[in-house]
Design a binder for this molecule. Structure first.
Ligand SMILES: Cc1cc2nc3c(=O)[nH]c(=O)nc-3n(C[C@H](O)[C@H](O)[C@H](O)COP(=O)(O)OP(=O)(O)OC[C@H]3O[C@@H](n4cnc5c(N)ncnc54)[C@H](O)[C@@H]3O)c2cc1C
Length: 403
């Protein structure tokens, strides 16, 4: 079998029943299926090895949108751009600020789909204020590996009896079922937004500042530390809400910054562009030959972790988001057998999770893009997969390293 690329996709269903038929045909013919939305994030996770492909971009319906109830149900193939434009017209937004990462993978961000965002469970900088993708998935419709169509969840937060399958499927990267529609909770978009840009100090001092700010209810929807395009290391603090709320909270944050000279403020459009750069990792500017890592870690452990990884040559460039809860970094001149394992080991030592966000297929296939899990968890994941997709048809290899 060969690895399927998006350009070779053969099946383009336009309804949930089409998806079920394609899966049943594949099952009876002994084929496996690579599942994509519009294929913009095929570089996420491990490479898939499948004999056929199915692209969900045609399932782009808007089934209902109830702005008063803050709920929308759309086909999994609808683009995030189309969804966000529709929400913006009503003054609302997706609270989890989904990254496209298409710059990272060299694909077209305008084609990133809602199904892909839910399947990869990627949350942007606002995660510290609003929560993660999973928190806003109210329901899903999907098809399992035997061609059974199912619905889970509903239109409200408290619509679950038994297992909450919507949460399980969020982040399952198409390995349990093909998502055909999702119901999402949305929120009113903030009316005002400012970002304070402050020269960085040491990682320890900046991590302490993050903790101080996060401990207060200041409507802070972004706390990051990056190197600016002009080479300055700086801390970014995004404050959002109503006009008077932002003004009041800004004054409080400025009070906390006493002693830090050189702060400046950018407002709405400029602020939004800046956070788009953070969200899409543009500020990391990874070169084509570099591995890109994402490490989820306790904010208190971040400064020592970064210092040790830099000393060991595991980090070339990095930036910090989520108030110190996540570190994105590049790795250059790699000897995979040494550096990939060494970096993972450093993360494990502090209970962090190191995901290889971008790297050559061969390295992701050998070491796995996802952080290793315990034997017990792997057995549980295997049983879950067997229950949804007993024939192992869907995205084989995406989340597990194949022997
Ligand atoms: C303020 C703040 C503080 C934080 N503090 C901490 C902290 O103290 N410690 C910490 O660890 N994290 C911390 N985090 C990070 C947070 O916990 C991570 O976002 C979370 O661990 C990601 O888990 P997930 O299941 O949502 O994975 P996702 O990022 O959504 O990953 C996608 C999916 O991949 C799956 N997956 C991952 N690994 C594997 C695998 N090996 N095999 C199969 N499937 C896999 C999961 O099922 C997951 O659904 C913090 C975040 C914030 C915002």
């Amino acid at each position: 079998m060969t690895q399927i690329q998006q350009t070779q996709a053969r099946e383009h269903p336009s309804s949930t029943q089409d998806v079920a038929d394609i899966i049943m045909d594949a099952a009876s013919a002994g084929h496996s299926l690579a599942i994509t939305g519009n294929g913009t994030r095929c570089g996420f996770g491990n490479p898939v090895t499948a004999s056929r492909a199915m692209a969900l971009g045609g399932l782009d319906s808007v089934d209902f949108y109830d702005p008063e109830d803050l709920v929308i149900r759309v086909g999994a193939g609808l683009t995030l751009d189309a969804l966000e434009a529709m929400l913006a017209a009503k003054g609302q937004y997706l609270p989890f600020e989904p990254p496209r990462y298409t710059g990272l993978y060299g694909t077209d961000g305008a084609r990133s789909t809602v199904g892909g965002a839910v399947a990869t469970a990627l949350s942007g900088p606002r995660r510290i204020l609003n929560g993660a993708v999973r928190d806003f998935v109210l329901g899903v419709e999907g098809v399992n590996g035997q061609g059974d169509i199912f619905k889970a969840g509903g239109r409200t937060m408290k619509n679950v009896t038994g297992y909450d399958l919507s949460k399980l499927l969020t982040g399952s990267c198409g390995t349990l079922a093909v998502l055909t529609a999702v119901t999402l909770k949305v929120l009113p978009a903030p009316r005002a937004e400012v970002t304070l840009i402050v020269p960085a100090q040491t990682l320890e001092e900046d991590a302490a500042l993050f903790r101080t700010i996060r401990a207060l209810p200041l409507g802070v929807g972004g706390l990051a530390r990056r190197v600016s395009p002009s080479g300055q290391c700086e801390v970014l603090i995004r404050i959002e809400g109503t006009e008077p709320g932002v003004a009041g909270n800004r004054a409080v944050v400025e009070g906390l910054l006493q002693g830090r000279e050189g702060a400046r403020v950018v407002e709405r459009t400029e602020s939004a562009a800046l956070w788009q750069d953070v969200r899409e990792l543009t500020c990391l500017a990874p070169r084509a030959d570099e591995l890109v890592w994402r490490v989820n870690l306790p904010g208190t452990a971040m400064p020592a972790f970064v210092a040790e990884a830099r000393r060991a040559g595991c980090i070339s460039r990095f930036f910090v988001d989520w108030a110190g809860g996540i570190v994105f970094s590049t790795m250059r001149g790699v000897q995979p057998e040494v550096d990939v394992l060494r970096y993972r080991k450093m993360a494990e030592k502090i209970g962090a999770k190191a995901m290889l966000l971008r790297g050559p297929d061969a390295i992701r296939a050998q070491f796995g893009a996802f952080p290793p899990i315990t034997a017990g968890l792997a057995a549980l994941a295997g049983r879950t997969r067997a229950a949804f997709d007993p024939g192992g048809l869907l995205n084989p290899g995406r989340m597990t390293v194949q022997a």
